[in-house]
Design a protein around this ligand. Structure first.
Ligand code: COA
Length: 379
């Protein structure tokens, strides 16, 4: 049935330009990713996560005083409300960690007296609170599941160092802190991916920032998006040995199985983020004297490239990085939330500044003119 002047349905909205954005850019054919004009490689190698969050929200890198001020604001907002920690405790151990995190963020929003204030100033404050508190929530969830009390944030530590500290209760080595910083930077934004589009769509209805972030978490949870990161590690465990890789690759492709950590909607070559994570995975697994999963990962990457020119994406080696940094498998996707919340908030701010309701159409494929049969005549 005719519904609109544009009759063609674009499956999965592939290649559709849904908005203008100056937050990040992906050059898919050439494997380039930039945040606000900065190539991802320079940021991954030299910046801190705090600098990158400022960059995403303000469009430029901070000066030294601005960075000190912003880092201080993050530190001051690290503590999770006690009501939210109690709420997390009330959830059953069977709750999916992303469902628990989604619930906690929703509660943080409901507790904020300024929840409905959508001014840029209020939204920047909310965004700062969410970036600051997310690792506290994730670390608390981890410790609760181990039957341990949460570790209070340490104001003397950087965002990345404090994340590891709250997770383990111990000060982490500089190398581990740098690895967390780099992983947080690499995941911080990625143009109009499914969760960011979801957050922008929610914002386009003039809903509040917390609701948009909760919507983003809900979209990120799925295995085709952020859920792929823990599936990738499970895959290495399922394959079990390097020798089993060729048969696995043949079988997976014959069964048309979507192998977690491979493929991408936009990149037509290597995912530029994967390069850094691969190097980090190699370093961390060798330092741990445990290269079991890394060796399988290398063999599988080669096998799937040879057979189908499939490239590993960001989640593939991130799974190994998070594993060796001591993150529990069931919190890998929650780690991504700690990073991507920065990008979601940048897009929410941008959407609000130039908003129009996002409301596409569907091509109707159902029947028309179906007569109404009264209930008593329907049997
Ligand atoms: C990310 C993803 C959803 C993109 O999907 P998409 O853009 O719709 O890509 P398509 O499903 O059209 O794939 C194109 C081709 O590559 C193949 N392909 C893509 N990703 C694949 C994967 N992970 N494993 C095996 N084959 C894959 C498809 O089977 C298809 O092959 P065909 O043309 O012979 O049918 C998809 O690659 C995927 O499911 N990956 C695994 C999950 C994942 O790692 N997600 C995190 C992304 S950062």
């Amino acid at each position: 049935m005719a519904t609109t002047e544009h009759e063609q349905v674009i499956s999965g909205l592939e290649g559709v330009l849904a908005c203008e954005s100056s937050v990040s850019f992906i050059d898919g054919p050439n494997g380039v990713l930039i945040y606000r004009g900065h190539d991802i490689h320079g940021l991954a190698e030299q910046a801190t996560f705090e600098e990158v969050v400022f960059l995403l929200w303000h469009g430029r890198l901070p000066t030294r005083p601005e960075l000190a001020n912003f880092a201080g604001e993050l530190v001051r907002r690290r503590t999770a409300p006690p009501e939210v920690l109690r709420l997390l405790e009330m959830l059953p151990a069977t709750a999916h960690p992303m469902a628990a995190l989604r619930t906690a963020v929703s509660a943080i929003g409901a507790l904020d007296p300024r929840q409905e204030d959508t001014s840029r100033e209020a939204n920047l404050e909310k965004a700062t609170r969410l970036v600051a508190v997310m690792p506290t929530l994730v670390a608390a969830m981890h410790r609760q599941r181990l039957g341990q009390a949460p570790v209070a944030p340490d104001p003397g530590l950087s965002h990345a160092a404090n994340f590891l500290y709250m997770l383990t209760g111990e000060r982490a080595a500089d190398d581990s802190v740098r690895a967390v910083d780099t992983a947080l930077i690499l995941y911080a934004d990625h143009e109009l991916n499914a969760s960011t589009f979801t957050a922008r769509t929610t914002t386009s209805t003039q809903s509040d920032l917390y609701s948009a972030v909760v919507a983003g978490i809900a979209a990120l949870k799925g295995p085709l998006h952020g859920g792929a990161v823990d599936d990738a590690l499970r895959l290495f465990q399922e394959i079990g040995s390097v020798e089993a890789v060729p048969a696995f690759a043949d079988r997976a492709l014959a069964e048309k199985r979507k192998v977690p950590g491979f493929g991408h909607r936009v990149y037509r070559t290597a995912d530029p983020r994967a390069r850094h994570l691969k190097t980090m995975a190699q370093t961390l697994s060798h330092a741990a004297g445990d290269t079991r999963w890394y060796d399988i990962a290398i063999a599988l990457e080669q096998a799937l490239y040879e057979r189908k020119r499939l490239n590993a994406n960001v989640d593939y080696y991130a799974s190994l990085v998070l594993y060796h940094l001591g993150f529990p498998l069931n919190l890998f996707t929650a780690f991504i939330v700690c990073s991507r919340v920065a990008g979601w908030c940048a897009h929410i701010l941008e959407q609000q500044a130039n908003n129009r309701l996002i409301r596409p159409r569907a091509r109707y494929t159902g029947p028309v003119g179906v007569p109404f049969v009264p209930l008593q005549e329907r049997g």
